[in-house]
Design a protein around this ligand. Structure first.
Ligand code: SAH
Ligand code: SF4
Ligand code: F3S
Length: 463
């Protein structure tokens, strides 16, 4: 490699954890081409926006951010420098050509399936720099290629995942074939594909060798995972969990996001058998009304979801659940909304994410005529959030008096404190030396504070 100072890369990540994972892979892919990550946008030579299209608000952020970047680019040019700008992610996939048209200062626009081609695109875009700005056009790549992008991207490694040295994300599955009527993901991420088992195990092993203790497997429908093993047989997520449990040094496994219809017996059995698999499950239901669930194309009823919850609890009695909810889906009546509150009460979530329905162009939901007034959405969201906030604090309170294994991850907010995560993904703070960091320790929960637990060290169970 040449000796000139490396160029600086700044990536701004929006949206879900899969984007976080992808941003790290893009940084890894550009490192051999002379780009070193920076945390300071102002000193960057290349800024990548890794965008999210899931709701209108998320999508709009891109254009306001591009406005700010335009100013930065102008400032740099005025002083003889320059700034290259790339738009990646789900907005790029959905609106590639429009971004290139509306934002001429953008050099590259490329979707999630093109990340392994980033170095080539960059070379092309750098070539375009010699053209007059008025003639220049962004390099656009929003094809869904045949080849496996993961086979061409560097695997996750610890040093690039800044600040996440003990825990890491690992994407095992991408895309979605479910086509819920509100959702853009099947269009932005494409058809559902799973990475081969050996590739996943190898990446997990490398993360563990680098000191990672806890991996979260990612996928838009992670429990639809069906990666091939070396003999070409499809392996489900449950079976994969047993394979990953064998990796020396790896202590904990999580996965997100799951679809209720893909929660199969093998995966439920893995929850019964493996303490390695954390007893915390993000299992979105979206609505508690069968009528709305049908129009949403979720392909299950509220009662079926409840039966599933019961089956999982039978296998793993201490399982905590989290969920996603949409309020104000077209046609949602007061009674439908009450059904959603009912299912929340029946399940008793430890946490939940809730959203006002946002009409997404190109989805079947956009053609539904009976849109709900914004004021109604606001009111329903507030009521729903009151309920889940109460459930979250009840859940935290129910942990007081229990002793939980906590992965100590960092120094605490106060001097002499350290912080970590419970099996249920709760933040836990306790008095203790920094030597504890990196270990899983038995911690007695003695209190709660806003959004976290306060604990007291019992004894070390793993170093
Ligand atoms: N694959 C996951 C969800 C991915 S999107 C699943 O099936 O559960 C994350 C969450 O965003 C969804 O669970 C849903 O609650 C929310 N969401 C998706 N599209 C939305 C829309 N158009 N308006 C509001 N919320 C939406
Ligand atoms: Fe979207 Fe539904 Fe697929 Fe989840 S399962 S990503 S909500 S289409
Ligand atoms: Fe957003 Fe794309 Fe993830 S739309 S939620 S970044 S899959």
């Amino acid at each position: 490699m040449n000796q000139i100072a490396p160029k600086k890369l700044f990536i701004k990540t929006y949206g879900c954890q899969m984007n976080v994972y992808d941003s790290d892979r893009m940084a890894d892919a550009l490192a051999p081409h002379g780009y070193a990550p920076t945390q300071d946008m102002a000193e960057a030579d290349l800024v990548l926006l890794n965008t999210c299209h899931i709701r209108e608000k998320a999508s709009e952020k891109v254009f306001s951010e591009l406005g700010r970047l335009k100013e930065l680019q102008n400032e740099k040019r005025a002083t003889g420098g320059d700034l290259m700008i790339g738009v990646a992610g789900c907005v790029a996939q959905a609106e590639g050509e429009e971004i290139a048209r509306r934002a001429p200062m953008v050099d590259m626009v490329f979707g999630p399936q093109a990340y392994h081609r980033l170095p080539d695109m960059l070379a092309k875009a750098e070539g375009n720099r010699h053209m007059h700005p008025a003639l220049r056009r962004a390099v656009v790549d929003t094809d869904f290629p045949e080849e496996d992008k993961f086979a061409h991207l560097p695997a996750a490694k610890k040093d690039v995942t800044i600040g996440r040295g003990l825990t890491a994300f690992l994407t095992v599955q991408e895309g979605c074939d479910k086509f819920c009527s509100f959702c853009v993901v099947p269009y932005t991420r494409g058809a559902e594909v799973s990475r081969p088992v050996a590739q996943v195990v190898e990446e997990a092993r490398r993360l563990a060798d680098a000191g990672v203790k806890e991996i979260t497997l990612l996928g838009q429908n992670v429990n639809a995972y069906h990666g091939e093993d070396v003999s070409g047989r499809a392996v489900g997520l449950g079976e994969l969990a047993y394979l990953l449990a064998e990796i020396p040094g790896l202590e904990r496994l999580r996965y997100t996001t799951s679809h209720p219809r893909d929660m199969d017996d093998a995966l439920i059995a893995a929850h019964r058998d493996l303490d390695f698999l954390m007893p915390y499950l993000h299992l979105p239901v979206q609505s508690g009304s069968d009528r709305i669930l049908k129009v949403m194309n979720r392909k299950h009823t509220a009662a079926e979801y409840m039966r599933l919850i019961e089956r999982i609890k039978t296998a793993r009695p201490d399982m905590a659940f989290s969920g996603d909810f949409i309020v104000g889906f077209p046609g949602e009546s007061d009674a439908d909304f009450e059904d959603t509150l009912k299912i929340i009460r029946d399940v008793g979530y430890s946490s939940a994410y809730s959203f006002k329905y946002s009409t997404r162009p190109g989805t079947p939901g956009a053609n539904l005529t009976e849109q709900i007034d914004e004021a109604v959405k606001v009111e329903r969201l507030a009521r729903l959030q009151d309920l889940v906030n109460k459930q979250t604090s009840d859940f935290h309170a129910s942990c007081v008096g229990r002793t939980l294994p906590v992965l100590i991850e960092r120094v605490g907010r106060m001097p002499g404190q350290v912080g970590g995560r419970s099996p249920y993904l709760q933040a836990v703070h306790l008095e203790g030396s920094t030597d504890l960091i990196g270990g899983i320790h038995e911690v007695e929960i003695i209190g709660t504070s806003t959004n976290s637990l306060v604990g007291r060290l019992r004894q070390a169970v793993a170093a």
